[in-house]
Structures are given as structure tokens and as C-alpha cells.
Write a protein that binds this ligand. Structure first.
Ligand code: ADP
Ligand code: ZN
Ligand code: ZN
Length: 798
């Protein structure tokens, strides 16, 4: 018989190991070893897990030296053939290890649970066996320590503070089991005393049950486990354990889903999408429709088509927009066919939802970013709602963007992608204009209700009029009016870019970089203002450079403070606050929205979390307390993000019978992001923003790549950041700009200083090759000094 060899990606992420290793497949494991299955393998002195990516009958190595696979982790593959391909592409596209891309595609519950990192601060105090173990490699196999009875000793040292254990073990979420009773023979005679048992048998005979759970029978007969166990003893019943899924609690109102007749505009859009589905075309549609135009309705119909064609569908929604309302709408339409995935679920719940997909028990997935990896094998449609959201980009390795993964999967599966938004990202809209995407538009609300009027309130005028409160007189009056009418109010506090910039309260000036048209970022250390794009630096001014006012300071207010002020101004109002603090516990988000929907409060006060997806008929006033914070983010997308936020929040008002009104408070009412948001003019904003992007050479006209260098010592960090910049300047073409190094926005995280370089280029064919070399250089040489480099090829925020 031919030798069976498996190519395995080991679960160790370092540069030296980023390739498949050949292992021998023992005969008894042959039937299990398929691409996509995980295995236990020896690797050097350690035992690790790995993914089998392929099998073959030959190896370039000496066959006799091959080590055997020890055992399998799974009974069937956890990754599909598509996922293995996708992982390969993703590793190159995001410059990370193959192992990292494979790990990100499986649920947390399945991620390796066999190693613990043992970090010893003072090894000399440990006894010899430990020193031997630890001197080689600070990562040791915990299980083997356990076997060698060394754990006890380590614990002692833990207590004395000489060693710390960093737990890397994740509790494996065990499938939830329930006891099921199977009827073997109910005709057996029972003795006279066994009255309860007789009742059970009668019930079985009457209902002709073949199997049941204790909950099933308790609905009819008052019994406890011992009675059933007695019947098991008598061989009337047989007991077994059966897996059940954890039920996800839904608090939303089920009246949300109503059957509608599509408008002509909706029909046209849907037909175009459905034609692509039927013809198996991997086109990308950009669905630009104002809030309430019926985009979600299009998604639902398009998914129906996918199912009718015998295919599966993946629908992504940004985490904060994955409201119970949204989920309910999908559950009502597709029932048990839907799996839901978001970060609010426990590890176990996520695992259950994943298994429903893996076992083909569902055909639709609604989820946040990582749901793009749903292991379907027959995908017919991919949807990203709110495609402009930066949360679709993962900020740590692998730094993937769900939009790019969706497009890859669509290519693979020959099916369309829908990118939907009321405020498409500038890049996507530019692509649609160029014809790379197909633009579909829904310019009016489905129920023909007009968009609400938006008033911009100039806060500088308020200050002049002696109003130092964070509420303008106009907003106070409007709130009072709605309270009297018993209508509901949503107040939005913009926390984006919070406290990071300096603003003059008298004239609205923020301090800008003279070279970059980007707000300077406030650094507490040294009271300095810095530009993250070019490194320009100055001291925090004590006087406004524009109007000489002394009311210039860094800007910011917390939701709690606003809540206090609301209580002072409107003692009769009932307020619900939604921010990171009030939504920390599981289900809190849902509860707050549910209470508000039940009209248990008059005012909903919140941050970004409330900007999306909410649909409450009684909300007739939306107030934006500080529109400007996000305008002054140290980010070339600041205007875009502000326009998106204001447009989205405005969309929350007057969606139904009652007319809505939006009040936006700002220090900069002439800013084009606000002016265009006021008139609901996406195209107007797009045109102006594109001019800015072109003038200052930002995407989509130029590309940016972000490189971060970190080290515990500031001098070393700066030193290697300089080396990095120098290396880049030598190895990239003349036309490519290398900007920096500069200190990062957050200059120190987890005791590591951070510097960054930026690469700006129009065409740089050599880029990935060069960056791979840079990574190799840093991993083979700089890492010994403790220097770490991370590269983001497509940064979403800077
Ligand atoms: P979007 O996703 O663009 O914000 P939705 O699909 O959520 O829009 O639709 C907004 C509201 O209009 C929802 O309450 C929805 O039920 C309703 N709606 C959508 N399409 C129609 C239609 N053709 N006729 C009547 N109501 C509709
Ligand atoms: Zn000023
Ligand atoms: Zn600058």
C-alpha cells in the first residue's frame, strides 16, 4: 500500500514555520484524514495541533524520518476546501501567517485548548526540572507538566510571585446534552403500587410515543426522574443523551415583520439582483438607498430567491446594528433556516450556531464581521448591510476586511454580492461610478414619508447669548414640546474622536496641521499637539490662534454628565442611557431598546450604538449634541464619518405616521459634511469630499499602508521606526511617499511604545514583496531585541 502523507499547517505562528509540514498518516487514521481536519502532531519537543490542508502519496523528505500524526481532533473536517483556499489568499492579502487565517475561520470554542504560556520572571528560584524546561523555550506544554507532577510546584512559585501563568486555554464549549427516554416495550405489566409509573405507561400507550424528554411528559403527567429511572430499570424505557442547541433569547416585538408589496423602484432593483443570481454572475452591486427606503426588504427578497435556487445566503450587519429588531425580522421570514452570529452570544451559543451551519441545518446566516466565514458550500448570495462601517475591518491579525472576503467568496461561488448603505463609503461609490460595481439606487422612503427636516444650531451663538449648557435653547424647547405631547426623543452624543482634539469654544477653531489638513491630536504627555500624518508637533496653545480667546481646550463630555443635565433641565423626563457602561452585561442592549420600545422612557440617550437600525414609531425628535467631535478625528476619513453618522442618526426620526425633526448642534455649521447631511445630499457630499481627497492625495486616488513599530523602550522604538522608514525609502520606488516615523495616536499600549510609518502610493507593484522582506527582516533580527512590527495594508482608521 502506498504511503499516505498529510501536509499540515501547525498551530504555531512564527515566520520560520509559516509553511506546511509533511506528516505520516498511520493506517488506523487514514479514513479520518481529509483536508480541513485538525490533528494532534509532535512538533519539535512539543505536541501541538495542526490543520491538514492536503494529502498525497509522496514526500520530498526522507520517508523514514517523517513523524506520524498522533490523533485527530475532529471526526470530520472543520474547514471546507473553499476555506483552505480562502486562507491562502487572505494570508497574502493581509500579510499574516496561514495558521492565523485558518484559526479565524473556526469558532472560538474550537480554537486550540492545549497550551498555556508559562512566563517566568526569575527562573533561578525555580527547581531544576523547571529551569531545564524553561531555559530552552518559555512556552511549555502544560499537559506534560501536569503529567510530570510539576504543577503543584509551579503553583507554589506562582504564589510567591516568581512566575506568572498566562492562561491561553479557552474553555471548550461542550455541546449541551439532554436526557431522552426511548420506549422499548410499554406492554410489560407493572405491580399495583407503581401508580406513577402506570400513569407514564398509560400516557405512552395513549400518545403512542416512541421517545420523549422529561419536559415533554411533565406537561401531562406529574413525574420526577426517579419514576422514569424505575421504568428504565424495568426495561420499559431506555435512556440516552441527545444534543440540544442553546436557545438564543429574543426580546423583540414580532409585529415587526409585515408582508409588503414592493414598490416599483424596489422591484426593479430586486430583478437586477435576481437576474445575477439566476445567471450565476459574481457581480458586486452597490445598493445606495436612503434610510427607510426598503433596502432590508430587498435583502429579504433576494435571500428568498437564493433559497429558491437551492443556495445559501450570508448577510452581514455591523455589530451594533444587529438589533433584536433586525434578527426578529429574519427569524420571522426564514424561521429555523437562520443562524445568528454576533459578539453578544456566549462562546457556547456561537458554537451551536456554527454547528447548525456546519451540519447544513440552516441556509441563512445573519451575523457580524466574522460570519463572513460561515462554512456553507453552496453560497448563492452575500450581503453587507451598512457597507461603509469600519467595524467590517478586523484591527488585529489577520487584518481582513469582510467586504474583500465577501467579494472573494462571490468569485469562488459565482454569485453576486450586495453592498448596501444610505451613505456608501467614498471608495465604494467611486468604484460604482467607475463601473467596477453596479450602482442600484432607492432614492425615496418605501412608505413615501419625507426625510425629516434637519436644523443646524450654531453653538458659538449660544455661547454669545450666555448659554453655557451643552443644550441649545432650540433643543431645550423641542424636548419640552415632545415631552408635553408624550412623544419620544433620541439624543445622540458623538463619542468618536472623543477628547482627542483642542477646540476653541468661541470661534469653533480646531488646531490643524499646516501640512496635512488633519486635526492635530492632543497628547497628554508633554501637553503637545501632533500630526499623525507628517509628525508635525506644537505645544497646546493657551490662546486661540484665530480669535485669541482663552476658551480653548480639549473637548469632550460623557454620557453620564449629559444625563445629569437632562435631569436638571427636565426633572419629569424618564431617560434611558445606552453606552458602554450600561450595556456591559449580556442582553442589556436588548433590554434597553425593549424598554424604550415599550415606551417605558421618554428619552433614549446614547452613543454610536443608537445611530443604527432602530425603528421606533413614537420617536419624533432626534438631537445630536456635538456633531463636531468626529469632524476632528485625526483621520482623513473624518468628514466622511461625520456625514455618515449625522445622516444615520437623522434617519431615526419620523419614520412612521408622525412627522420627525432633527436638531444638530455644532461649532462649525458651514462644514460641507454637515451642510450636506442637513439637505440629505449624499452626492453633494461625495463630490466635495472627492475634491479634497484628490487635492490632499488620499484614497481612492492614492493608497495608504500603515506600519507600526513597538517596543517597551521609547528610544528603541524610535530607533527602529527610523530604521523601518529608511529601509522603506531604499526599497520602494521613488514615486512612493514614506511618511514618518511619528509617534502613534496612542503612544503607549500595554507597556509598549508605538511609532508608525505610512506609505502613500499610486502604483507600487513591488509593495507586497517588499513588505514581506521587511517582515522577515524584523522577525529574524529585530524581534530578538523585542521589537515588533505590524503592517496594515488597508487601514480603515489611522
Ligand atoms: P432600510 O433597510 O432601507 O432602512 P427597510 O427595509 O427597513 O429600509 O424599510 C423601512 C420600513 O419600510 C420598514 O418598516 C419596512 O417594513 C417598510 N417597507 C419596506 N418596503 C416597503 C414597501 N414596499 N411597502 C410598504 N412598506 C415597506
Ligand atoms: Zn477662537
Ligand atoms: Zn501633518
Amino acid at each position: 500500500m502506498a504511503l499516505v502523507i498529510a501536509q499540515v499547517i501547525v498551530d504555531v505562528s512564527t515566520a520560520a514555520i509559516d509553511r506546511p509540514f509533511d506528516y505520516h498518516v498511520p493506517a488506523q487514521l487514514e479514513s479520518f484524514i481529509h483536508p480541513g481536519i485538525r490533528v494532534h502532531i509532535p512538533f519539535g519537543p512539543r505536541k501541538v495541533q495542526g490543520f491538514v490542508i492536503s494529502t498525497s502519496d509522496e514526500t520530498e523528505l526522507d520517508e523514514k524520518k517523517l513523524k506520524p500524526i498522533e490523533s485527530v481532533v475532529d471526526i470530520e473536517p472543520v474547514l471546507t476546501a473553499e476555506m483552505l483556499e480562502l486562507g491562502k489568499w487572505l494570508k497574502d492579502d493581509t500579510l499574516c501567517f496561514y495558521n492565523d487565517t485558518l484559526q479565524v475561520m473556526i469558532p472560538a470554542a474550537l480554537r486550540a485548548n492545549y497550551t498555556k504560556l508559562v512566563k517566568v520572571e526569575n527562573a533561578s528560584v525555580l527547581s531544576e526540572p523547571f529551569q531545564n524546561l524553561l531555559s530552552k523555550d518559555l512556552e511549555v506544554d502544560f499537559a506534560s507538566l501536569e503529567k510530570q507532577h510539576l504543577i503543584q510546584e509551579l503553583k507554589v512559585h506562582l504564589d510567591t510571585g516568581n512566575a506568572t501563568i498566562e492562561t491561553r486555554i479557552r474553555q471548550k464549549a461542550k455541546p449541551k446534552l439532554q436526557t431522552v427516554y426511548h420506549v422499548i416495550d410499554a406492554s410489560i405489566e407493572l405491580s399495583g403500587q407503581a401508580k406513577k409509573q402506570q400513569q407514564v405507561v398509560d400516557w405512552i400507550l395513549e400518545t403512542n410515543s416512541k421517545s420523549f424528554t422529561i419536559v415533554d411528559i411533565q406537561k401531562h403527567v406529574q413525574v420526577a426522574t426517579p419514576v422514569l429511572d424505575a421504568l428504565v430499570e424495568k426495561k420499559i424505557l431506555k435512556k440516552s443523551k441527545q444534543e440540544v442547541y442553546r436557545e438564543i433569547e429574543l426580546l423583540a416585538d414580532t409585529s415587526i415583520d409585515k408582508v409588503v408589496t414592493l414598490t416599483e423602484a424596489q422591484k426593479e432593483v430586486l430583478e437586477t439582483i435576481n437576474r445575477a443570481q439566476q445567471n450565476q454572475k459574481s457581480e458586486t452591486f452597490l445598493l445606495h438607498g436612503i434610510t427607510g427606503s426598503g433596502k432590508t426588504e430587498i435583502y429579504l427578497h433576494a435571500i428568498e430567491e437564493a433559497l429558491a435556487l437551492g443556495k445559501e445566503a450570508i448577510m452581514l450587519v455591523p455589530e451594533i446594528a444587529l438589533t433584536p429588531q433586525m434578527v426578529t425580522r429574519f427569524k420571522m421570514r426564514f424561521g429555523n433556516q437562520v443562524a445568528v452570529m454576533h459578539s453578544g452570544l456566549s462562546v457556547g451559543e456561537k458554537y451551536d450556531e456554527w454547528r447548525k451551519i456546519h451540519r447544513r441545518e440552516v441556509r441563512v446566516v445573519v451575523g457580524a464581521r466574522s460570519a463572513i466565514f460561515a462554512p456553507f458550500e453552496n453560497v448563492g448570495l452575500l450581503i453587507l448591510d451598512e457597507e461603509h462601517e469600519s467595524s467590517y475591518k478586523q484591527e488585529d491579525s489577520p487584518r481582513y476586511h469582510a467586504r474583500e472576503v465577501a467579494k472573494w467568496r462571490a468569485q469562488f461561488a459565482n454569485c453576486p454580492v450586495i453592498l448596501g448603505s444610505a451613505t456608501p463609503s467614498i471608495e465604494s461609490y467611486a468604484r460604482a461610478k467607475k463601473g467596477v460595481y453596479i450602482l442600484l439606487e432607492l432614492p425615496s422612503r418605501a412608505n413615501a414619508k419625507a426625510l425629516p427636516p434637519v436644523d443646524l444650531i450654531d453653538m458659538r451663538e449660544q455661547l454669545k447669548g450666555g448659554n453655557r449648557s451643552m443644550f441649545s435653547m432650540e433643543l431645550i424647547d423641542a424636548i419640552r414640546d415632545r415631552l408635553a405631547k408624550k412623544e419620544q426623543i433620541v439624543l445622540f452624543l458623538n463619542k468618536r474622536g472623543f477628547s482627542s482634539f483642542v477646540l476653541c469654544r468661541d470661534c469653533g477653531t480646531t488646531v490643524q496641521c499646516p501640512n496635512c489638513d488633519i486635526s492635530l491630536t492632543y497628547h497628554r504627555m508633554g501637553e503637545a499637539l501632533r500630526c499623525h500624518y507628517c509628525g508635525y508637533e506644537e505645544l497646546v496653545p493657551t490662546q486661540c490662534p484665530h480669535c485669541e480667546s482663552e476658551h480653548i481646550r480639549f473637548f469632550g463630555t460623557g454620557t453620564q454628565k449629559v444625563e445629569e443635565e437632562i435631569t436638571k433641565l427636565f426633572p419629569e423626563a424618564r431617560t434611558l442611557r445606552m453606552d458602554v457602561d450600561t450595556t456591559r452585561t449580556k442582553g442589556a442592549h436588548e433590554r434597553i431598546l425593549h424598554h424604550f420600545g415599550q415606551r417605558q422612557a421618554d428619552i433614549l440617550l446614547g452613543t454610536q450604538m443608537i445611530a443604527k437600525g432602530l425603528d421606533f414609531p413614537e420617536v419624533t425628535l432626534v438631537g445630536v449634541l456635538n456633531a463636531d467631535t468626529s469632524l476632528h478625528l485625526a483621520d482623513f476619513r473624518a468628514a466622511e464619518k461625520t456625514f455618515q453618522l449625522i445622516t444615520q442618526v437623522s434617519g431615526r426620526a419620523g419614520r412612521h405616521e408622525k412627522k420627525g425633526h432633527v436638531i444638530v448642534q455644532t461649532y462649525d455649521p458651514e462644514h460641507y459634511a454637515l451642510v450636506n447631511a442637513q439637505t440629505h445630499d449624499y452626492l453633494g457630499f461625495y463630490t466635495q469630499e472627492m475634491q479634497m481627497r484628490k487635492a490632499y492625495q488620499y484614497p481612492p486616488f492614492y493608497y495608504l499602508t500603515h506600519i507600526q513599530i513597538s517596543h517597551p523602550e521609547v528610544i528603541t522604538t524610535a530607533d527602529y521606526a527610523g530604521k523601518t522608514a529608511e529601509w522603506l525609502r531604499e526599497n520602494l520606488s521613488q514615486s512612493t511617499a514614506v511618511i514618518g516615523p511619528t509617534a502613534s495616536a496612542i503612544s503607549r499600549i500595554q507597556e509598549r511604545y508605538r511609532y508608525q510609518c505610512m506609505i502613500k502610493y499610486k502604483r507600487e507593484p513591488n509593495l507586497t514583496t517588499a513588505l514581506h522582506q521587511l517582515l522577515k527582516l524584523s522577525r529574524t533580527q529585530w524581534e530578538k531585541q523585542g521589537v515588533r512590527i505590524s503592517i496594515d495594508l488597508h487601514p480603515s482608521t489611522i
